[in-house]
Design a protein around this ligand. Sequence first.
Ligand code: F6P
Length: 324
Amino acid sequence: MIRRIAVVTSGGDAPGMNAAIRAVVRAGAQKGWEVYGVRQGYAGMISGVIERLGPRDVGGIMHLGGTVLGTARCPEFRTEEGSHRALRQFSQRDIDALVVIGGNGSQAGAALLSEMGFPVAGVASTIDNDLFGSEITIGVDTALNIALEAIDRLKVTASSHSRAFLVQVMGRDCGYLALMAGIAGGAEAIVVPEFETTPEEVAQALGAAWDRGKKHAVAVVAEGARYNAQALAAYFEEHEARLGFDLRVTTLGHVQRGGAPGVFDRILASRLGAAAVEFLAHGQFGVLAGLNRSAVTATPLTDVVSSKKELDRGMLELARVLAQ
Ligand code: F6P
């Protein structure tokens, strides 16, 4: 029977993580459990930076971006020595189960603990939206709104100067952020890692915008694309005489991750955090709490770590049609 659980946030922070922590702590307290917060991700689990959290300790955090528990990327945890040290910290404190809030790397850590026989539940959280088992993950909506605000502003100045802009967004190897920000921002071209676009194709799409009488031409580029903003800018510079663009490059970077969570992420995080507690309470271990077709679902962590989420090619086609 579970009496004590811990909660950890791991990997890249995402707006909404605090709402998920709050949900885990309060739903856990509702069950009569003691809840502990692990600081600085798996690194804090290994070194034992673990403290008791009551419902009042997680008041006034839901509107904050980032994670009040701190986070880290911790390759040591993947080693046998690292994971065993972490579990020793838990057994010394009689902690029976863990909720892991994070993306791919974090859920791989959760799957490892589960394989070792420790009860875990994951909560799908990453701005990249590249995690199998949840159609949308915590942080994506807020990150997209931040990227969109930047694109809207860039279009204003681009129009004033009749310039072309390359806007690079995050996403690691996944083009979801670029694709959705590009559609919502009315980009003339969208470049994602999943479907290669050559520099000539981007140049053609931007050039066609002038030909159609547009005053701006914006390409949204995923950081993980083979031709990212840097590579495209170098190509455009090399062929400047022929292409003739007045081009500027903006890389949004970590700005996208640091915002205050919007309504969607707060609610998603609240639902998934509370669901993870329910899964543990029902002995449903080794699963990820995610959202699919508007319902909260439990996907085995073994499937989560061994499957890839596909990008919808149809949305890229839609973007091309609507850029006319
Ligand atoms: O996974 C989230 C993410 O923001 C990616 O989009 C990005 O590539 C990466 O993290 C950046 O990692 P870090 O914050 O460690 O530089």
